[in-house]
Design a protein around this ligand. Structure first.
Ligand SMILES: Nc1ncnc2c1ncn2[C@@H]1O[C@H](COP(=O)(O)OP(=O)(O)OP(=O)(O)O)[C@@H](O)[C@H]1O
Ligand SMILES: N[C@@H](CCO)C(=O)O
Length: 291
């Protein structure tokens, strides 16, 4: 039996659209065993068939290795909500690929996994931190994807604010304009540089200035009912805020744990059907065991 565990991820972090991502300590487990026919358990019924993303990624891994696809039983145990901006699809893709490598005892290198997983997902921002852990930038170059990893300041406190509704990534991407001005591009590049430094140093003043996205958040806020309620509470408690991935989850950041608790209490009262909980940075990335 092969067991793969992978972290949830928060992509974009506001201004790092399609390239920055952070691994979070909310881990999913995927088990792979030989079986007489394909069986998939532990996920919504609509995904229990051969179109399952974990299975398709496993098939792609076999294809990359030039090996036949075995008949499998896949068991999923994931606390990561689907289509809420916490990288559920990236966990499936990386787990399927990593399991295929382990199955044929030809483990992919981290960089090979990033390339294969990005081909699947279309952008490297979720899959890179799933593989490496921590805060990562995936830079798509003519020679493939270069991965940059950064330490995150220990004193930053993250709060996941998960609505009771989904946002599909396809829908959230379709809303975006086809082009932006030079001024917007310059704003975005400069703010993403400031963001990375602020996350490394834990400088909250810089963090607040840096989280001023102009590429996607202005268009996507409208998909998140009660965004303004959350933004107002974050302002009140001086927390920074961004849309995680393509939403619907929002992430608040402070460096003061009691303030995070107060923000959480207020939001739990105002949005009782949402799931609001502290998260921390995961630094382990994908882990594979062969039992
Ligand atoms: N446990 C699971 N089993 C099977 N398929 C899953 C599972 N979790 C996620 N998926 C697949 O991933 C898709 C959701 O991907 P989507 O990109 O919309 O959201 P996300 O990955 O949760 O969020 P984001 O990409 O914004 O961080 C589902 O439609 C399904 O195809
Ligand atoms: N960078 C992606 C993350 C979601 O998969 C987006 O914002 O659409």
């Amino acid at each position: 039996m092969i067991k793969v565990t992978v972290p949830a991820t928060s992509a974009n972090l506001g201004v790092g659209y399609d390239c920055l991502g952070l691994a979070l300590d909310l881990r999913a487990t995927f088990q792979f065993q030989s079986a007489s026919k394909l069986t998939i358990a532990g996920c919504p019924e609509q995904f229990q068939n051969e179109n399952n993303l974990v299975y398709r990624a496993f098939q792609a891994g076999c294809e990359a290795l030039g090996e036949p696809v075995p008949s499998l039983a896949i068991k999923i145990d994931s606390p990561i909500p689907v289509s809420r901006g916490l990288g559920s699809s990236a966990t499936c893709i990386v787990a399927g690929l990593a399991a295929a490598g382990e199955w044929f005892q030809t483990q992919f290198t981290q960089n090979e996994l990033v390339q294969l997983a990005t081909d699947f997902e279309g952008h490297p921002d979720n899959v890179t931190p799933v593989i490496y852990g921590g805060l990562c930038a995936g830079v798509q170059t003519d020679e493939g994807i270069s991965v940059l990893t950064y330490p995150v300041a220990d004193d930053l406190d993250f709060l996941a604010i998960v609505p009771d509704f989904t946002v599909s990534t396809d829908e959230a991407r379709a809303l975006l304009p086809k082009s932006v001005s030079y001024a917007t591009a310059t704003h975005q590049i400069s703010h993403s540089l400031l963001l990375v430094r602020a996350l490394m140093t834990g400088n909250l003043f810089d963090l607040r200035l840096a989280l001023d996205d102009r590429l996607h958040e202005p268009y996507r806020k409208q998909l998140i009912a009660n965004y303004d309620v959350v933004a107002e509470a974050c302002d009140y408690f001086e927390n920074s805020l961004y849309i995680s991935g393509s939403g619907s989850t929002l992430i608040a950041i402070t460096d003061d744990t009691p303030t995070r608790g107060m923000l959480r209490q207020r939001l739990m009262k105002e949005l009782p059907d949402w799931n609001i909980f502290p998260v921390a940075v995961d630094t382990a990335g994908v882990q594979v065991e062969h039992g």
